[in-house]
Design a protein around this ligand. Structure first.
Ligand code: 13P
Ligand code: ZN
Length: 269
């Protein structure tokens, strides 16, 4: 089949990583129906031939003007597409888009005219913000992890860093591999520019943010590492729940143990 991925192994590897992660999200039960979305900034893999490709869609508005995205290219999950389908057929359930010179609109260029995720305002605003700061992060993942979302239904865990401290203290690896913790975005309408703005603000201090009563949004250098950060946080939530189900409040690592670990692992907070 004719695909933009043919004879482009580096680009194909990035898209295949998205497919692999989409499979994990489904297996974990975090991706009911079309739940969740992934975008990856693939501009570094784009050659002159790709730049010359014609649009295969009409021009769509992003809803925001994002100057750092001029001429950038993204792989995006399609709106209403299922992660479990994307895991097998990434180019039938997602597409590659080109941001136009006005920095406020885009076209689809390959392989099929699959309209990108409804959360595109958040994803693209975040990518714009990352580029503006010279960040090496190129991937963003939004998913619906059951236990973390459940925690967001209790106002106690929505207070600044309460959930972060609890989750970090369940097992040493969580702080080591999610060193900036879990930020909180109060409930905001899915797909809105307001949600995008609130997400950017919170990503100043965190790599993973909770969208209250909805899901999480994570960024990292690639899709695999963004997934890993969510996975370690949710693992801690599961340990907490397992202890509660055994009938006790888990002790958690002590402040001394946390401090010692932070020094040895050279962690920022
Ligand atoms: P999309 O199918 O548009 O990506 O939406 C899924 C979702 O999780 C919205 O928050
Ligand atoms: Zn969602």
């Amino acid at each position: 089949m004719n695909s933009i991925l043919n004879n482009r192994p580096a680009l194909a590897r990035e898209v295949n990583k998205v497919a692999e992660v989409a499979g994990y999200l489904w297996e974990k039960g975090w991706a009911e129906r079309n739940g969740g979305n992934i975008t990856v900034n693939i501009t570094e893999y784009v050659d002159d031939e790709i730049r010359a490709l014609p649009a295969i869609s009409e021009v769509y508005q992003i809803g925001a003007t994002l100057p750092y995205l001029k001429g950038c290219y993204f792989y995006c999950k399609g709106t209403n597409m299922r992660m479990r389908d994307l895991a097998r057929w990434p180019m039938e359930n997602g597409s590659i888009i080109r941001i136009l010179d006005d920095c406020a609109s885009y076209v689809i260029i390959a392989d099929n005219p699959v309209k990108p995720t409804s959360e595109l305002p958040s994803h693209l605003s975040v990518h714009n913000d990352l580029l503006s700061k010279g960040s090496p992060y190129r991937a963003s993942v939004h998913t619906h992890p059951i236990e973390l979302v459940a925690m967001s239904h209790n106002p106690k865990y929505l207070e600044k860093d309460v959930a972060t401290k609890l989750l970090w203290s369940m097992i040493p690896e969580t702080k080591a591999f999610c060193p900036r913790g879990l930020g909180i975005v109060p409930y905001t309408l899915p797909g809105s520019v307001e949600l995008a703005d609130a997400t950017i603000r919170e990503l100043e201090d965190y790599d993973v943010v909770m969208w209250e009563k909805h899901g999480v949004f994570a960024v990292d250098v690639d899709v695999m590492q963004a997934f890993d950060q969510i996975d370690v946080l949710n693992k801690s939530a599961l340990i907490y729940i397992a202890a509660k189900n055994m009938g006790f409040e888990p002790e958690g690592m002590s402040d001394e143990q946390m401090k010692e670990m932070s020094v040895v692992f050279n962690l920022p907070k």
